[in-house]
Ligand binder design. Structure first.
Ligand SMILES: [Zn+2]
Ligand SMILES: [Zn+2]
Length: 391
């Protein structure tokens, strides 16, 4: 039996309508002008002190409760993905090539509904509410941009919460990871340089293709042979660029890849091993390798105390048996840069289709979700915020 408060139930028609409206009008990272306008207008109408243009298109809303106390940050992301939507829902994207395929439309709609419920309760609350609507979560460091613009200097929150809608669990569930919730992400570039020449005379050249092939294979041993079996790490070389013709040995091979893990110490160790392996193999084969690494985002690490409170809030809504404690997800999420500064809990909202069929995953052109999950997400944000204020 799912327990949704009367205040949240009353908002469901508006919640669904807003989610569908946002879904029709998706905007890419740092272009969320329409979305940010809706957010700012609604927060302002609810009595929040609104700041816009934080991290380009980010918006914040601050509301003081009736009595002094803690400040709780509630974070939602606003951006969509460069995907041509292939669903046939009536509210499908009207913006060609852009789609809310990661459910950020639901995050905005749920956070605004929670802002409404909490604003009405504010006179009786001890403490403050700080809603943060960030741009450009999808790989463009919108959270970092908001930090640069002082989002955590204007207000100093004591705890943070956020929720991501996912279709790997059915509607009626919430999933909360203890400790790591999502992986850190690095973007790797490796350039192997040899000396080009005729494909028929390899002895007169220094072939970077053969060196690159051995480097790719050897890099897989960093996970399988240098990482303890119970510490997770993922290293994928995903792009290769080399050569111009069938009979030319090229001068260089360029590789791109990604590295994910959950523990900063594992990351530090493997990044050092990666450079050693690439450079060592290249040298053995008379080539050179240059490794450059772009640290995109740290792992999302849930704070134990905040997470315990959020878990209690979740159990009160869907029942303790429907609050899952999954292993961390290998995707990444830049809420982590807020979570590094504010103890937080990043939760997942189950929203697989109601007919029991397996959900289409996020970042897919046919991604769709069960909207009946959305009131649960709102209720979670409201209850978790209230419990954290009272803690
Ligand atoms: Zn995404
Ligand atoms: Zn997402």
């Amino acid at each position: 039996m799912i327990k949704i408060s009367a205040e949240v139930k009353a908002l469901v028609p508006n919640l669904i309508a807003l989610r569908r409206d946002l879904h029709r009008h998706p905007e890419l990272g740092f272009q969320e002008v329409r979305t940010a306008g809706i957010v700012a207008e609604r927060l302002g109408a609810l009595g929040y002190t609104v700041r816009t243009g934080i991290g380009k298109t980010g918006v914040t809303g601050f509301l003081a409760g009736g009595k002094p106390g803690k400040t709780i940050l509630i974070r939602a992301d606003m951006d969509a993905l460069p995907i041509q939507e292939e669903t046939d829902v009536p509210w499908r994207s009207e913006n060609p090539g852009v789609m809310h395929a990661c459910g950020h439309d639901t995050h905005v709609a749920m956070a605004l509904a929670a802002a409404e419920v909490l604003a009405k309760a504010a006179p009786s609350l001890s403490g403050n509410l700080y809603f943060v609507f960030q741009p450009a979560e999808e790989g463009a460091s919108g959270a970092e941009a908001m930090l640069r613009d002082g989002v955590l200097e204007a207000v100093k929150p004591d705890a943070a919460i956020a929720i991501h809608t996912l279709t790997c669990w059915p509607a009626g569930t919430l999933a909360i990871c203890d400790g790591a919730a999502m992986a850190s992400a690095d973007k790797l570039e490796i350039t192997v340089t040899g000396t080009g020449g005729h494909g028929a005379s390899p002895e007169l050249a220094v072939d970077p293709v053969v060196a690159a092939a051995q480097i790719i294979t050897a890099l897989q041993t960093l996970v399988s042979r240098e990482t303890p079996p119970l510490e997770a790490a993922i290293l994928s070389i995903t792009m290769l660029r080399a050569g111009t013709a069938f009979n030319i040995i090229p001068d260089t091979v360029e590789m791109t890849g990604t590295f994910r893990c959950f523990d900063p110490k594992v990351r530090e160790r493997l990044m050092a091993s990666l450079a050693r392996t690439a450079e060592g193999i290249a040298a053995a084969l008379r080539c050179t390798a240059r490794v450059t690494d772009e640290f995109l985002t740290p792992a999302v690490l849930n704070d134990p105390a905040v997470t315990a409170i959020a878990r209690e809030a979740a159990a009160g809504i869907v029942g303790a048996d429907k609050v899952l404690a999954p292993p961390p997800l290998t995707g990444s999420e830049d809420a982590s840069v807020f979570w590094e500064k504010v103890p937080g809990c990043y939760a997942f909202l189950g929203a697989a289709p109601a007919d029991g069929s397996p959900g289409v995953s996020i970042h897919n052109a046919r991604f769709d979700l069960d909207e009946s999950a959305l009131p649960i997400g709102v209720e979670f944000l409201v209850r978790a915020a209230r419990r954290l204020l009272a803690s």
